[in-house]
Unconditional design. Structure first.
Lengths: 114, 117
């Protein structure tokens, strides 16, 4: 079964600094999708960024970028110029091609210090 | 586009009671998913629909759980004879599949928090 591991239960970053959240996954598939979702306190989960495994180029969305290492099965999220509004739970998720359920990690709680 | 909505946002019930949750997906989304999230964990898949057809159910979905999407629009999730272990956040997500299988992005609702006393 596919699994997603987020080894950092909690992280903190100073406002305007950069932070990297780690994610590794286990799969025997060669084609799949990877996601980072953000879940602010008492608010709904929103998509931060998405990566297709067949694309070698790392995805970027404004201040958010990923480092996708397919051979290492690693998918880290980098947040640049951290803002107070970035404070949230961040979930890494995996989804094989042709399948529908997302498989989530346990999440990393990010605190942003003013 | 108002996003995915869920009702109620919170539900407190006594053990043994039945509860029903509703999810309204984003308009025109043909797929609808239910997940369960317990404290300190990521969401876990329960079931999903494509239009009105329920295509997959997780082993987590015991026979006390039933989900419907009668007209391919909103969906309901019913839990019968609730147990304390059912206490969790129940998340709904929707997506539009148009092309490559698995390529649709899921958008989540705010969730229904269930507390079973």
């Amino acid at each position: 079964a596919q699994t997603v591991t987020q080894s950092q239960p909690e992280m903190s970053v100073q406002e305007a600094e950069t932070v990297t959240l780690s994610c590794t996954y286990d799969t025997s598939e060669s084609d799949y999708y990877l996601f980072w979702y953000k879940q602010p306190p008492s608010r709904q989960m929103i998509l931060v960024i998405r990566q297709e495994a067949y694309k070698q180029q790392n995805a970027t969305e404004n201040r958010f970028s990923v480092n996708f290492q397919k051979a290492a099965k690693s998918f880290s999220l980098k947040i640049s110029d951290s803002q107070l509004g970035d404070a949230a739970m961040y979930f890494c998720a995996y989804r094989p091609l042709g399948n529908t359920p997302l498989v989530f990690g346990k999440g990393t709680r990010l605190s942003v210090i003013a | 586009d108002t996003g995915v909505s869920q009702d109620p946002r919170h539900k407190i019930t006594k053990r043994g009671q039945n509860v029903t949750f509703r999810c309204d997906p984003i308009s025109e989304h043909n797929r609808l998913y239910w997940y369960r999230q317990t404290l300190g964990q990521g969401p876990e898949f329960l079931t999903y629909f494509q239009n009105e057809a329920q295509l997959e159910k997780s082993r987590l979905l015991s026979d006390r759980f039933s989900a419907e999407r009668p007209k391919g629009s909103f969906s309901t999730l019913e839990i019968q004879r609730t147990e304390q272990g059912d206490s969790a956040m129940y998340l709904c997500a929707s997506s539009f599949l148009d092309g490559r299988a698995g390529s649709d992005t899921q958008y989540f609702g705010p969730g229904t928090r269930l507390t079973v006393l």
